[in-house]
Design a protein around this ligand. Structure first.
Ligand code: DX5
Ligand code: ZN
Length: 235
């Protein structure tokens, strides 16, 4: 994973949190057919965030179907206990919250040791200063533009300055991490985040589905193309 330099290399990562869970395999095939670059997988434990999703067995089932990388976003307390199981299940990128651990450096090192891309993220209310000491130890920095826990929330525009600051720090120090943005991303808000390399979108992509399952991939394709275009538009 290296950072993007042009619109064509922007990474679009539909969030499976907004997929139809009763048809996960079809949904994965449909967004892949529609041009998704990564599949974003939100793991919530009902404790770090007030919502509960899936664990390693479901991620393993996704991996059986997926041909694109699984971008796993851990929103859990005590992530150290679960890194191994999620890596075994097939995570290609594994992102931890800075607020969830007292030993980020050790966890990032443990992830990389297993040849998985190590990501770090922060809640909107957490300052960038909390993660800057680790920018040399990561493959990805995820900027949250909603409070973690639920899909379909409104984009928080004041978080955009974190993306700009990260892009500046990356260039200044010769770092090579991917800047990813997650929360309330659509064709309009993606324009504000044009310095990001990877765009997570749940409702915007999966919300395009009508009642005819056969047409899902076509609907998703249109939304993914819009994101790719907006994310690559210069400000
Ligand atoms: C929120 C998750 C997001 C969520 C985004 O905690 O991290 O990945 O699925 O959903 P939308 O794009 O609908 O805001
Ligand atoms: Zn997420």
């Amino acid at each position: 994973v290296s950072h993007a330099v042009s619109s064509s290399s922007k990474i679009i990562a539909p969030s499976l949190l907004s997929a139809d869970f009763s048809r996960l395999a079809e949904e994965i095939r449909a967004v892949e057919e529609a041009g998704a670059d990564w599949l974003h997988v939100d793991v919530m434990d009902g404790h770090f965030v007030p919502n509960l999703t899936w664990g390693p067995p479901v991620v393993r089932a996704m991996k059986k179907v997926a041909t694109k990388p699984l971008d796993v976003h851990l929103m859990i307390t005590n992530p150290e206990a679960m890194l191994g199981p999620f890596i075994d299940a097939g995570a290609d990128v594994l992102t931890i919250h800075i607020e969830s651990t007292t030993q980020p450096q050790e966890l990032l090192r443990a992830i990389r040791h297993r040849h998985v891309k190590a990501g770090l993220t922060l809640r909107p209310e957490t300052s960038l200063a909390q993660v800057t000491p680790f920018l040399g130890d990561i493959d990805l920095l995820l900027v949250m533009t909603v409070s973690p826990g639920f899909g379909g929330q409104a984009f928080m525009p004041e978080q955009v300055r974190k993306i700009e600051e990260l892009a500046r720090l990356r260039q200044q120090n010769g770092y090579n991490f991917v800047i990813e943005v997650d929360g309330g991303i659509n064709d309009v808000t993606a324009r504000d985040c044009a310095l990001a390399d990877a765009f997570v979108a749940g409702n915007f992509v999966f919300g395009a589905r009508g009642s005819d399952d056969a047409l899902a991939a076509t609907a998703y394709r249109e939304r993914i193309q819009q994101l790719r275009h907006s994310g690559g538009a210069s400000q």
